[in-house]
Ligand binder design. Structure first.
Ligand code: FAD
Length: 785
């Protein structure tokens, strides 16, 4: 053996020996890295740490590790309703929907009727998350999600009034942290709607950065019910508080201070959550805001030096200062359900109504849904609606498995609301002026107005994408980063070094493995990666491609963290794109899961293909975006060659898929019913959705008769009849004996229904005058006061 080779082999053997011996490795390598890491690791406030560490890691953890175990995904049970929950959805939900006329609510009464309010209170809608032993419905997360989805297809006022008490707020906080006395008093009353809850965190000065609320409580002595007690003097100014104007108990978050040491030696105790009855002297709640024509109750609340006992703190004095942790720990459950469900409802009703309208409305002698341009928009509406529902189901299912998936809940909230915005925009484009002129017969305009609300609440979307999806994901889902950070922060430095050494060694091996895996998969077009046993033949390639992207993502995430370090937090555009990749992998997983759970229905295959291909394509675009904007030149070029040796791996869904989806949306079928399963369908033809359903059937029934008339026209049989214009063709054809009386009746019914469907409401010139008799308070005067 040549001496040089012997020397190289000896060097390699030495390196392996060093790396394999922890003591030596720590002394020579990881100990130095540890010391640097401790210095550069940005300091984290308690609130940041609590937010980052809250919740659990679920399927997204598999996607982050670069080698998803698909058998785990398939093993998650398909969400199901109990007979009791199904009956509630079919009966109570439909009755609640029937009691609400969204036009009257939005433009005449500015609130739901007393009857509707009483119904949702009496039937327990406000206590779906409350256990039966307290008188609540104790529904599963999936059932809760089904209910909110259905209500959202009818009215935002109805859906939000039900959604908020079941989301992050007094009931959820009491269930987890309340004292027995608080639970026994409030939960039965909340379950039956005897108390209406609201939760007030946001202030004019602190929206997204909610931990910096300026609202304060000072621990002090004061008089309460005739006795001197230790309590708090609380001052707050909050806005945007849903149900605030009608609440009877106000959940309130504020910073608690104890300047006189009445509770201990800590001066700033921290964010504290209290439950304050609305009629406590000094509490102001009964004013309203007007969020984009949505009539759910929303308003500001203020209080100045309002004295309240320490018992008002959720969990009692022991929980003073733990408010932020409580909020962060409970955030995932509500965020997984509320917005994903309400926005899926909005999507489903858009898909159902716009699909029907596109068949009923003709231009250029053809149903508009048959023009390729409209078909393209319909394809997106259908594909996105199907995908949104898949994400909603899978995410609610995670809550039922006992997870509190903080990153997944942010993915679901962000992407379902963004896709709902796209769905509603597409829907508005398809229905043209019909969507624009508001009135009782407009079935989409208010959704269009209100779609930004979901984008803004429960973590505004830009922030969620830029900071949370990858920022929190990288730390929570990565198998080693959190351990490394915790080790570096360990006050026992020696113990910290041992933990750090173990984590970083495994981390290095992990990066190398993912890099090699991604490269080999790139060379083989992912064919080297296994699809799960028993996967449907039509989905096998998707599993392989997703596994490839997962490895590529894990590798790219590590390289990004390594090269950019703490700066990645400021490079929000890169971080957002990395978050997009993770999110798209999650969305595609949800699509595959739904397809499997529902027994791979052949007629839904186009929706599944569209959803997975769209997600993969967007993931590909996000990879491109990261690599194109990565600092430097050599490294991104190298990364591109490693991850995509033959260029882009995925294309956008083909036009053919969009066409198949659009076709399924413009005629009644089991596929259309599954796509829009939760839409409340009024059983009469005098409401917009009911009219559309009837018009769609009549249109399809009349199409063969139309064809017969068109042939007759071509043959000149109707040529000279002055009635033979587009509007009165039925009469002309009947007069000419070209259609039977039954066919004539059908044409007349179709025409009558179509007239109603295309009609837009007009109003007399006094429209709105009545409202002008009580002018709104001038904002500037109020501000000055
Ligand atoms: C209808 C409605 C109902 C609501 N209900 C409640 C309620 O019941 N209780 C309650 O406490 N609050 C409620 N909110 C408040 C809601 O949670 C806040 O509106 C939300 O947190 C955003 O705060 P902001 O509107 O002040 O926006 P800002 O915080 O001013 O944000 C403005 C924009 O900046 C972006 N942004 C901020 N920071 C960053 C960053 N670091 N990186 C990137 N982008 C960033 C945001 O994404 C957003 O796009 C409600 C709001 C509305 C409109």
């Amino acid at each position: 053996m040549p001496a040089i080779l012997t020397f190289v082999l000896a060097l390699v053997a030495l390196a392996v020996l060093v790396l394999a011996t922890p003591g030596v490795r720590r002394a020579l390598i990881t100990g130095r890295v540890f010391r640097i890491y401790r210095k550069v690791l940005p300091t984290m406030s308690d609130t940041e740490r609590e937010a980052l560490e809250a919740g659990t890691v679920w399927w997204e953890g598999e996607l982050f590790r670069g080698k998803p175990d698909w058998s785990k995904l398939h093993a998650y049970p398909a969400p199901k309703l109990t007979p009791e929950e199904q009956s509630f959805l079919d009966n109570e939900c439909n009755e609640a929907c029937r009691l609400v006329d969204d036009w009257k609510v939005s433009h005449e009464d500015y609130d739901m009727t007393q009857e509707a309010w009483q119904y949702i209170k009496d039937k327990g809608f406000l206590g779906m998350i409350i256990p039966k032993r307290y008188g609540g419905l104790e529904f599963s997360a999936f059932a809760h999600s089904q209910v909110v989805t259905r209500l959202s297809t009818r009215s935002s006022a109805l859906a939000v009034s039900v959604m908020v008490p079941n989301s992050l707020g007094p009931a959820e906080l009491l269930l987890h942290y309340g004292t027995e006395e608080q639970k026994n008093h409030y939960l039965p009353r909340l379950a039956k709607g005897l108390e209406i809850p609201a939760f007030a965190l946001t202030s004019p000065w602190a929206g997204s950065d909610a931990a910096s609320i300026p609202d304060v409580g000072i621990v002090c002595k004061g008089m309460w019910q005739g006795k001197e007690v230790v309590g708090m003097r609380v001052t707050w100014d909050k806005r945007y508080i849903t149900l605030g104007p009608v609440c009877t108990i106000l959940g309130l978050a504020f910073h608690l201070y104890d300047p006189d040491g009445l509770l201990g030696d800590k001066k700033h105790i921290g964010i504290t959550c209290a439950l304050v009855p609305w009629d406590t002297p000094g509490v102001e709640t009964r004013r309203r805001l007007f969020p984009l024509n949505a009539m759910f109750m929303n308003g500001p609340t203020r209080g100045r030096d309002v004295f309240m006992p320490l018992d008002f703190i959720i969990g009692g004095p022991a929980m003073a200062g733990h408010g932020w942790r409580m909020l962060m720990e409970c955030l995932a459950a509500g965020r997984s359900i509320s917005l994903p469900s309400s926005n899926t409802g909005m999507a489903q009703v858009t898909a159902r109504t716009v699909g029907a309208y596109a068949r009923v409305r003709s231009q250029f002698k053809m149903a508009i849904g048959r023009f390729e341009g409209v078909e393209e928009a319909l394809g997106r509406i259908g594909g996105n609606t199907w995908l949104n529902d898949a994400v909603r189901r899978m995410t609610a299912g995670a809550i039922d498995l006992g997870e509190k998936p903080s990153v997944v809940s942010a993915i679901a909230k962000y992407h379902v609301t963004e896709r709902a915005r796209q769905i509603v925009n597409d829907g508005m484009d398809v229905i043209g002026g019909k969507g624009i002129c508001l009135g009782p017969s407009n079935f989409l305009g208010r959704a269009y107005q209100q779609v930004p609300i979901g984008i803004t609440v429960e973590g505004a979307n830009i922030l969620t994408r830029s900071l949370i999806l990858f920022g929190q994901g990288a730390i929570r889902c990565h198998p080693f980063v959190l351990h490394e950070m915790q080790a570096a922060k360990n006050p026992d430095v020696a113990r910290g070094l041992v933990d750090f050494d173990r984590a970083i060694s495994a981390h290095v091996a992990f990066v190398v493995r993912n890099g090699v895996r991604a490269f080999v998969a790139g060379l083989s077009g992912a064919r080297t990666l296994a699809a799960p046993a028993g996967a449907a033949p039509e989905t096998r390639r998707y599993y392989q491609q997703l596994s490839r992207f997962s490895a590529a993502f894990a590798f790219l995430a590590d390289v990004s963290m390594l090269t950019l370090g703490g700066a990645l937090k400021r490079r929000e555009k890169l971080s957002a794109r990395l978050g997009d990749i993770l999110a798209m992998l999650y969305l595609a997983s949800a699509a595959l899961k739904r397809y499997e759970d529902e027994g791979r229905p052949a007629s839904d295959a186009a929706f599944m293909h569209w959803a997975v291909q769209d997600s993969l394509f967007r993931a590909q675009q996000a990879f491109d975006g990261v690599l194109a904007n990565f600092p430097g030149r050599a490294l991104p070029n190298l990364l591109r060659r490693v991850l995509f040796p033959f260029g882009a791996a995925c294309a956008a869904p083909a036009d053919r898929l969009g066409r198949d989806i659009a076709k399924a949306m413009i005629e009644p079928s089991a596929t259309r019913d599954r796509l829009t399963a939760l839409v409340h369908l009024p059983q009469n033809e005098h409401e917009p959705v009911g009219t559309l359903e009837a018009a769609l059937i009549a249109t399809i029934d009349a199409e063969p008769i139309d064809a017969k008339i068109r042939t007759a026209m071509k043959n000149g049989a109707l040529h000279d009849n002055p009635q033979a214009n587009v509007r009165d063709l039925a009469e002309a054809a009947f007069a000419a004996g070209l259609v039977t009386p039954a066919e004539h009746a059908l044409l007349r019914r179709r025409d009558a229904l179509r007239d109603v469907v295309v009609h837009v409401d007009d109003f007399d010139m006094a429209f709105g005058h009545a409202r002008q008799t009580s002018p709104a308070p001038a904002p500037l005067q109020r501000a000055a006061a």
